[in-house]
Design a protein around this ligand. Structure first.
Ligand code: AOS
Ligand code: ZN
Ligand code: ZN
Ligand code: ZN
Length: 424
């Protein structure tokens, strides 16, 4: 399904007067208004291929309707999201859930749709059909060299898939860990993991990055071999400059100060980027900003301050990805909400009066410092996002447009009621 630009324009003209009233107030009060808008226009978030179908829990999955049946249809869904928002012009593929057949055709289709391929994800957390060995006791950290070798080769294959599609990063989430005290020698597991990662690192093209995700627990419940940012950072440091630490917001112990982690990784040039999502308990993979939008804002505050301090570009020097999955929402509506929440947090961070904040910090004006950042957080910046969308030809209100254009039913007509996304 290709979105009719005229239909978006006509929906936009219905909402225009109200929008213009709202934006005027912000124009008058934000000194760097134009700069904020152009940064919002530039800011793009990669969509994970696995979030385009309904996810599930370990207890079951309640299928949605009209889900994409193959990579091509996943690209089409990302194009829909991008036409509605002009904020997500890339897809992050997952191997082997997405196995490209004809690379040239796929690249051409993506570029026709105005999309490109973001980081590619490997998978050694499941056994695949017909596999004659098992990752039950781990992959890159496995005590058996042959199994480690299989996991290394898989990651190298993923790099090759990505290279043919124009990706520039391998994203690795290692599920290896242990469930019971005594099961695993931690030092041995770390050393074997490092050795395996070194083999993969050697296969990276010169202009690639190697994103190393960490997670405190799950699927294993006693230890995870890359459990926290310190362990990921240690591996990334030993590997070399292409290796960097990926922060998935849901992968921390409760109460962790994620914004401080982000600030220090950025300081060390070791921040790969993000898997954005939200959670109440642990790795809930809920819609970004649905539970704790203030935390998301505080993270963006550190990002904006840290990237500016380093003279880095916000839009391109960090990997911005969503990692979400659940049972109950329409995946497209859900992703629209995540994109909106991420950009709201970014916009709020962009309007912080940084000079005033530095002044307050240097004079230990604690209440003033809090007021400065909360002033930004409590500003309704939704019209800024709408303005950025309007200027880039997207929808003023993406979710409203999704519903008024009856997009899901159109997809059901094309794909059927019971279509299932590959890999899920
Ligand atoms: C798993 O918990 C990690 O968040 C992964 O990044 C991601 O969910 C997975 O690679 C998708 O399969
Ligand atoms: Zn993740
Ligand atoms: Zn997560
Ligand atoms: Zn996760």
């Amino acid at each position: 399904m290709i979105l009719d630009k005229q239909k978006i324009d006509s929906l936009n003209s219905d909402g225009l007067t109200l929008h213009q009233n709202k934006i005027q107030v912000l124009k008058d009060s934000i000194p760097n208004f134009e700069e904020v808008i152009s940064k919002l226009v530039d800011f793009q978030i990669a969509i994970p291929s696995w979030a385009l179908g309904t996810g599930g829990t370990r207890f079951g999955r309640f299928a949605g309707t009209g889900e994409p049946r193959n990579i091509e249809e996943k690209l089409e869904d990302v194009a829909l999201l991008n036409d509605l928002t002009k904020s997500c012009n890339s897809i992050s593929l997952h191997i082997p859930w997405d196995i490209p057949q004809d690379y040239d055709a796929l690249r051409a289709k993506a570029s026709d749709l105005g999309l490109h391929f973001d980081a590619v994800n490997s998978n050694t957390f499941q056994d695949q059909k017909g596999q004659d060995f098992s990752y039950k006791f781990g992959s890159l950290h496995h005590v058996n060299k042959d199994i480690r070798q299989k996991a290394i080769e898989h990651n190298i294959e993923v790099i090759q898939h990505g290279d043919k599609l124009g990706s520039k990063a391998l994203s690795l989430w290692l599920s290896d860990g242990s469930d019971f005290p005594g099961e695993l020698n931690f030092r041995g597991a770390f050393e074997r993991t490092l050795e395996s990662l070194q083999e993969i690192y050697k296969a990276l093209p010169d202009d690639w990055k190697f994103y190393i995700e960490y997670k405190c627990f799950e699927p294993h419940f006693y230890s995870t071999t890359i459990a926290d940012w310190g362990q990921s950072y240690l591996l990334a440091s030993k590997l070399g400059p292409k290796a960097v630490t990926l922060v998935d917001l849901g992968h921390h112990l409760p109460g962790a100060n994620i914004e401080q982690i982000v600030s220090l990784l950025l300081m060390e040039d070791k921040l790969a980027g993000f898997h954005f999502n939200d959670s109440k308990y642990s790795d809930d993979d809920l819609t970004a900003g649905s539970i704790n939008p203030y935390q998301l804002f505080l993270i963006f505050h550190e990002l904006v301050e840290g990237l500016d301090h380093k003279g880095k570009r916000h839009a391109t020097d960090i990997g911005w990805m969503i990692d979400a999955s659940h049972n109950v929402k329409d995946p497209i509506e859900d992703l629209l909400q995540s994109v909106e929440a991420i950009k709201l947090a970014y916009a709020q961070a962009l309007i912080i009066d940084q000079n005033a904040l530095t002044g307050a910090q240097n004079n230990n004006k604690v209440a003033l410092a809090q007021d400065i950042i909360q002033d930004a957080y409590r500003t309704d910046v939704r019209p800024l996002l709408a303005e950025a969308r309007l200027r880039s030809g997207a929808a003023l209100s993406p979710i409203k447009a999704f519903n008024s254009l009856d997009i899901r039913n159109e997809l059901v007509k094309e794909r059927g009621l019971h279509s299932v996304a590959t890999g899920l």
